[in-house]
Design a protein around this ligand. Structure first.
Ligand code: AR6
Length: 189
């Protein structure tokens, strides 16, 4: 179900939001809202590993044996396995603990580092889920502002790095929160 689409342009880069399933996207990379173990889990993490197959977990295991657990706010890249997207960028968002434990900085970092990894790997398009707003409990209205704001800041800072950034929101409440954040950002200019 991807009937509700909206789009703005930031520094000539398309920034779109859609309601749908991120595992079906054909951008160069999709981002996984993982946990520090990189061993899979529920939510979007479970869906990505199920759809992409075992090659993704194999690479995650190699990364963990090389560099240890992935700290919150960092990102790494693996194959996309059987996914249409060629790569998965795994990041770890913060668990919501009331909002005064550095959550917004860590969420900003999760988006920023994922975009850096995409740029370093010369990818031109990337899809994000709504990081931290499921099991990790980050209030979606606040998370949407951080997510849209961070991507817009990155695109203004590095306008040539990417061509398209898509937020793929699973449910209508999450879509509505991102739509509001996108409109507020577009109005501010
Ligand atoms: N496509 C797009 N979005 C999805 C999909 C999908 N196929 N499936 C779920 N979502 P969550 P978190 C949405 O809980 O809060 C995992 O167990 C979901 O509706 O997946 O960062 C990890 O292993 C919600 O809006 O991620 C970690 O332990 C959003 O994705 C932990 O959960 C994020 O929800 C991470 O928690």
């Amino acid at each position: 179900m991807e009937s509700r689409v909206t789009e703005v342009t930031v520094s000539s880069v398309k920034l779109r939001i859609i309601q749908g399933d991120i595992t079906k996207q054909d951008t160069d990379a999709i981002v996984n809202a993982a946990n520090s173990s990189l061993m899979g889990g529920g939510g979007v993490d479970g869906a990505i590993h199920r759809a992409g197959g075992p090659a993704i977990l194999e690479e995650c295991k190699k990364i963990v044996s090389r560099q240890g657990r992935l700290p919150t706010g960092k990102a790494v890249i693996t194959t996309g396995g059987n996914l249409k997207a060629g790569c998965v960028i795994h990041t770890v968002g913060p668990v919501w603990r009331g909002g005064d434990k550095g959550e917004s900085e860590l969420l900003t970092s999760a988006y920023w580092e994922s975009l850096e990894v995409a740029a370093e790997n010369k990818l031109s398009s990337i899809s994000f889920p709504s990081i931290s707003t499921g099991v990790y409990g980050y209030p979606v209205g606040q998370a949407a502002k951080v997510a849209i704001g961070t991507v817009a800041d990155f695109l203004r800072r590095s306008p040539a790095a990417l061509e398209e950034v898509v937020f793929v929101l699973f449910d209508s409440k999450t879509f509505a929160a991102y739509l509001l954040a996108l409109r507020e950002m577009a109005e501010k200019g």
